[in-house]
Each structure stands twice: as structure tokens, then as C-alpha cells.
Write a protein that binds this ligand. Structure first.
Ligand code: NAD
Length: 472
């Protein structure tokens, strides 16, 4: 019998009437654990507990909040082994490399760094007429909704700034990867005030109930554009502030005549990190037609040397796709590309077996207008698209509703800077891709998101401005 994981609400363990099996996507046989099925009643209970916790946490001192974030960092570090194994088994990503241990390292680093951030009171005017100060005050109960690709790190991105600024939290993890979040929140509750963190797992409909809840004061979602639009619409009801971190279809442009050799590793892992299941991964690469062969040779050569396998095997660098929906989507997009003139230089077929492994697939012969180029594939598949005129490549790179990240690759620094200035994205990298850090604000533009996370800017999004204006 596999282990049952439980909800934590108001500091208490809460059992459910129903549980679902969470299976390992590397084999589909192993039941990693059973997740409780949260209901609307659990959600009400969790929001109520968070509201009560907020009543006292809003008056906590700055030092209390710093201590709370540091305690969260310590929990992540002290329990990284257990959490990383659970994450690997339910998500599929390898333990090593840029996998679960890396994700847990990120959780500790983000929580620790966020502890040290602050939004100090500002004196706006101190004159003979008035004394005006600006404070940043917490919003209340934060409703956090997370995806399945980086479930723990994204949970940390959502909840640590909330608690650092005096809010309490209800988190609804993805139904595909709920176990590691349930366990992490349980561990937080062992050392932090009851009710500050509450977790209720469930499907998409439960997410909608959370965002429609009358007593939620802030919503933070990392998920698809389609979900982001629904969440934004439901937030309108209560004029609830939202932070939306949504999908991307990140373009990379290589300058004409660029030798791909020094950039191969950066391009490869910029695209294939977490088997491509990363919002800010490189998802389409534009190269000059004369540079196509060299670029394809370099990237497919690297693909041949990167082992993909069960995340618990030490040698694995890439893991499977996480769920059936995503697996089918990747197959569908590659088949569509093949039907529209695309050639798979590597990969192009599922690896077989009762699992969701799909090999690294480099596709040539496709261009804008083919779904694999126009849509977010979210898998280990990279279309390489040729151009003849770099300014045309910029227009094509920008010809999308997405605007998360983008990158420029080449040795001419000035030209890279010129192109970076024209690319429509929240972050433009030069000679790298998908590098994030807790002190660098991160967020998308256009349909890729609203508001940002990280650094002081991200922290401010969990507060409202309050002005105290005194007569002198
Ligand atoms: P998804 O939108 O299907 O689900 C994300 C979460 O939203 C899940 O917990 C889900 O249950 C919930 N949800 C679904 N419908 C909802 C609704 N109507 N109301 C409220 N909640 C709802 O996304 P996914 O498949 O889990 O994740 C992959 C997507 O997330 C990709 O598009 C990826 O780019 C994006 N993503 C973005 C970021 C970022 O920081 N920009 C980070 C990670 C993932």
C-alpha cells in the first residue's frame, strides 16, 4: 500500500474522503503516493484558517518575517533529500543535474534571499505643511496556484514573498504533482505559525473555486495562458490583485556567421532543461540559412550524448514528460510538423513502453505558420528555423502573443544589444537562456504574464501602498 499524503489546514492534518494515485511518469507502474482530493469545503476551511492567521501575522515584526523565511529555507535544506526523491518520483526529473536536488537548492536559496529583502517605509514629504509617509502593507490571504513542471520551486516563489510581507497563504498544487508540495507545507507547519500555510490539492475546478473565493485577497498563478485568462476574469469580480506567470514560446536568434561550437551547451540546455518543460526554455531557434548545417550538427551531436532515463538512475540527465496530456501534445505537434515539411534530425517518435519518455528532437524544414513554431510545445523538441535577413528574423520572433524570454547568440556584442532591444520579452538573454536568480525580477509581457516575481519588485506585488499624511 502506497503512502497517503494529507492536507495541512490551520496547522492540523486534515484527511479527505477520496484519494487519487500519483504515478511515476518514468514507468506508470509505481504508485508514488496517494493524494487527497480537496473539496470546496476544504477550501473554505483553509481560507478561514488563513484569514485567522493573517489577523495576527499582519502585525508581526519585520524580524519575525525574516525569521520565518529563514526557517522555510532551513526546512528545504534540511529535508532536501526526502523532498528531492519524492519530487523525482512524482515529476520524473532526475535527482541530479538540473533536476530535483537543483530545484531544492533553489527553494532554499530563494527563501533565504527573500528573507533579506525589504520594502522600507518612505518619507515622501517632510515639510512645514505636512509629513507624508508611504508604507507597504500586506494584502491578506494569498491564493497560490502552481503547475507541475517545477512544483516546489514555484511554490516557494509564490509563498515566501507572501509571508515575508505579512500575508498568509492557501496553496493549490497541480493535480499532477501534489505530493511534494503537501509534504513541504506539512514540514513548514512544524516550525511556523499555524494557519500561515494551508494546502488543498485538487483539479482545475478547485483552482477556479479558489480564485473565485470571496475571502482571497491576492492571486498568484503560474500556469498556461488559457488558465491565466480565466483567472484574470474571475479576479475582476472582487478587483483582486493578480500576479500571472504564464506560458512562453521563447525565440532565440543566432547572428549570421556564428560558430555554434561555443554556444552549443547553452543552446541545448536552454531548450532542454527539465526535458523542455520550462516556461522560459528556448522554444524556437532562428539561424541564418548558411549556418543551419553547422548548428544542427552541433545540437544533434550533443543530443546523442545526453542520457534520458528514470530520474532515480544516477546517469540520467533528462527525464520523461510528466503526464499523458503533455506527452500526447508533444507527439501531436511533432506529427503536425512532419506533415508540414518538417524533418526530425534526431528523435521524432516516443521511446516506447508504459511511460512518457519522448527523446530530444531537433526539427528542421518548418517555419512560422506551423504549430510547432507558433505554439508552446513544452517538451524536448526544438525547431530550427532559417532566415536570410536578420531584421526579418526579429519580426518573426516577435510575431506571437507570447513575451516571456528571448535570446540572442553571437560574437558581435553591439549587434546582440541592438537585437535585444527590439525583442519583445520580459527578459532577453545574450549568449545564454533561462538563467534566473532571486535578485533579478522575472515576468512576462503580452500574454505571458502580468506583474513579476523576485527582488523588491516581486515583493511589492504582495502589498498595497498605504499613505499616512499628517498635518504639521
Ligand atoms: P495549467 O494552466 O493547466 O495549470 C496550472 C495550475 O492552474 C494547475 O494547478 C491547475 O489545476 C490550475 N488551473 C487550471 N484551470 C484553472 C482555472 N480555471 N482556475 C484556476 N486554476 C486553474 O498549466 P500546467 O499545464 O500545469 O503548466 C504548464 C504551463 O504553465 C505552461 O504554459 C508553462 O509555460 C506555464 N508556466 C509558466 C511559468 C512562469 O513562471 N511564467 C512557470 C511554470 C509554468
Amino acid at each position: 500500500m502506497s503512502k497517503k499524503y494529507e492536507m495541512t489546514i490551520g496547522g492540523e492534518t486534515v484527511t479527505a474522503d477520496d484519494y487519487t494515485d500519483v504515478r511515476n511518469p518514468a514507468n506508470m507502474e509505481e504508485v508514488v503516493g496517494q493524494a487527497p482530493v480537496g473539496t470546496a469545503a476544504h477550501l473554505d476551511q483553509a481560507v478561514d484558517a488563513a484569514t485567522k492567521a493573517f489577523a495576527s501575522w499582519r502585525n508581526s515584526s519585520d524580524q519575525d518575517r525574516i525569521d520565518a523565511c529563514n526557517a522555510m529555507a532551513k526546512v528545504c535544506t534540511d529535508n532536501s533529500e526526502e523532498l528531492a526523491v519524492l519530487l523525482t518520483k512524482e515529476q520524473g526529473k532526475p535527482l541530479g543535474g538540473m533536476g530535483s536536488q537543483f530545484e531544492l537548492g533553489g527553494c532554499g536559496a530563494w527563501a533565504g534571499f527573500t528573507a533579506g529583502l525589504s520594502l522600507p517605509e518612505k518619507t515622501i514629504e517632510d515639510s512645514d505643511e505636512r509629513h507624508v509617509i508611504q508604507q507597504r502593507v500586506p494584502l491578506g490571504v494569498v491564493g497560490s496556484i502552481t503547475p507541475w513542471n517545477w512544483p516546489l520551486l514555484i511554490a516557494i516563489w509564490h509563498i515566501v514573498p507572501g509571508v515575508r510581507t505579512g500575508n498568509s497563504v492557501v496553496i493549490k498544487p497541480s493535480p499532477f504533482t501534489p505530493l511534494s508540495t503537501l509534504r513541504m507545507i506539512e514540514l513548514f507547519n512544524e516550525v511556523l505559525p499555524s494557519g500561515l500555510f494551508n494546502v488543498v490539492p485538487g483539479g482545475d475546478e478547485l483552482g477556479a473555486k479558489l480564485t473565485n473565493h470571496d475571502d482571497i485577497d491576492k492571486i498568484v498563478l503560474s500556469g498556461s495562458v488559457a488558465t491565466g485568462k480565466k483567472v484574470m476574469a474571475s479576479a475582476a469580480k472582487g478587483v483582486t490583485p493578480v500576479t500571472l506567470e504564464l506560458g512562453g514560446n521563447d525565440p532565440g536568434i543566432m547572428l549570421p556567421g556564428t560558430d555554434p561550437a561555443p554556444f552549443t551547451e547553452g543552446l541545448f540546455f536552454g531548450s532542454m532543461i527539465n526535458s523542455g518543460q520550462t516556461c522560459g526554455a528556448l522554444k524556437r531557434l532562428y539561424v541564418h540559412e548558411d549556418d543551419l548545417d553547422a548548428t544542427v550538427t552541433a545540437l544533434s551531436g550533443m543530443a546523442a550524448n545526453i542520457p534520458m532515463g528514470d530520474g532515480m538512475d544516477e546517469g540520467s540527465i533528462l527525464g520523461p514528460l510528466q503526464n499523458e496530456r503533455q506527452f500526447k501534445r508533444v507527439i501531436e505537434l511533432v506529427e503536425d510538423a512532419k506533415a508540414n515539411g518538417g524533418t526530425c534530425v534526431t528523435g521524432g517518435e516516443p521511446m516506447g513502453g508504459p511511460n512518457y519518455f519522448y527523446p530530444v528532437t531537433i526539427v528542421t524544414g518548418v517555419s512560422d505558420g506551423v504549430r510547432l513554431v507558433d505554439e508552446e510545445q513544452f517538451g524536448p523538441v526544438l525547431p530550427i528555423i532559417t532566415y536570410t535577413d536578420i531584421d526579418d528574423a526579429i519580426v518573426r520572433a516577435n510575431g506571437t502573443d507570447f513575451g516571456l524570454d528571448a535570446s540572442v547568440w553571437g560574437n558581435d556584442g553591439e549587434e546582440c544589444t541592438r537585437i535585444a532591444a527590439q525583442l519583445e520579452a520580459g527578459t532577453v538573454y545574450v549568449n545564454k537562456h533561462a538563467e534566473i536568480a532571486p535578485h533579478v525580477p522575472f515576468g512576462g509581457i503580452k500574454c505571458s504574464g502580468l506583474g513579476g516575481l523576485f527582488a523588491e519588485e516581486g515583493l511589492a506585488a504582495y502589498t498595497s501602498i498605504k499613505i499616512i499624511n499628517k498635518a504639521v
